[in-house]
Design a protein around this ligand. Structure first.
Ligand code: C2E
Ligand code: MG
Ligand code: MG
Ligand code: MG
Length: 283
């Protein structure tokens, strides 16, 4: 019943977002303004090792600090941005903001973790993603080894040939890739192999039911086995309980992410809770 409920919500949301209701048009122009006047903020959510719960990476997630509405979550504005070229500017803002933040952490002597950014399908079907990263590496040469992109399964399958070229080109520059929300869309397994992505992220909807629903459990297990057979890493997203952690670990899932470990948080909170300054040993 929960799944149906979720589906209905998505349907309602789409019908609200599609077309040009006055609200939507207003939101689009406000979002355009938000990108240039720095109303967007990044939160970061840790990714941990299943074996010991230790942090090894972060996912950057955008929020909109709206002057009237307060903190607005991406589910309410990414779709609007995706219907126009705004999404290109938004993703660009995010990538640059991640680079700025990592530069600060580096300057302050904090350990650098791998950071992943979510990239919209529009960046695959249109162009510019490779240019965006090449420009970035010119300005921040140290970043090459620390960036990962997350593309949803649905985004990849919208144009799998192009996605394959883009991901493989970025891989040569050191940028890793994850297939996000895996299991929720329709992937051709032949493409999955060619894609050469580093990681599969098991969609949160399966993790939610894994301790009580055989179907969800079997899907999670199958995705973990699939990843292993393709020599890919696998991350379970949306881990909220100790029981889910233990079960996933028993299935051989090496990496986890979810509220049980940490919600997405502003950079200063992440620093305080997870990033200890590197101690320089006297020689
Ligand atoms: P996603 O990339 O699959 O990100 C995971 C979402 O699940 C995040 O929602 C995160 O806050 C939430 N989450 C993490 N752990 C848990 C958990 O244990 N329980 C539950 N219930 N939720 C959890 P958020 O931040 O609202 O982002 C939603 C989606 O918006 C993202 O899904 C991603 O597809 C998109 N998005 C977020 N930031 C960006 C961005 O910078 N650029 C683009 N293009 N898309 C973004
Ligand atoms: Mg993601
Ligand atoms: Mg996801
Ligand atoms: Mg998602």
């Amino acid at each position: 019943a929960k799944k149906t409920g979720k589906g209905c919500f998505v349907f309602w949301q789409r019908s609200f977002l599609k077309g040009s209701t006055p609200e939507r048009v207003q939101m689009e122009s406000e979002l355009r303004e938000a990108i240039i006047s720095n109303q967007l903020v990044l939160h970061f959510q840790p990714k941990v090792e299943a074996e010991n719960g230790k942090i090894y990476g972060l996912e950057a997630l955008v929020r909109w600090n709206h002057p009237r509405l307060g903190l607005v979550y991406p589910d309410r504005f990414i779709a609007i941005a995706e219907e126009s070229n705004l999404i290109l500017e938004l993703d660009q803002w995010v990538v640059n903001a991640v680079a700025d933040q990592m530069t600060k952490w580096r300057k302050n002597g904090l350990p650098l973790l791998e950071v992943s950014v979510n990239i919209s399908a529009a960046h695959i079907t249109r162009t510019g993603l490779i240019d965006l990263f090449e420009g970035l590496f010119e300005r921040y040469p140290f970043l090459g080894d620390y960036l990962e992109i997350e593309l949803t399964e649905t985004a990849i399958m919208a144009d799998p040939d192009k996605a394959t070229v883009v991901l493989n080109t970025l891989k040569k520059r050191g940028v890793k890739s994850s297939v996000d929300d895996f299991g929720s869309g329709y992937t051709s397994l032949g493409y999955l192999k060619k894609l050469n992505a580093n990681t599969l992220k098991i969609d949160r909807s399966f993790i939610d039911g894994i301790t009580r629903d055989h179907y969800d459990r079997d899907v999670a297990k199958a995705i973990i086995a699939l990843a292993q057979s393709m020599s890919m890493d696998v991350v379970a997203e949306g881990v909220e309980t100790q029981a889910q952690w233990e079960l996933l670990q028993s299935f051989g899932c090496k990496y986890l992410q979810g509220y049980y470990f940490s919600r997405p948080q502003a950079a200063n909170i992440i620093e305080k809770n997870f990033l200890q300054p590197l101690v320089v040993e006297p020689v």
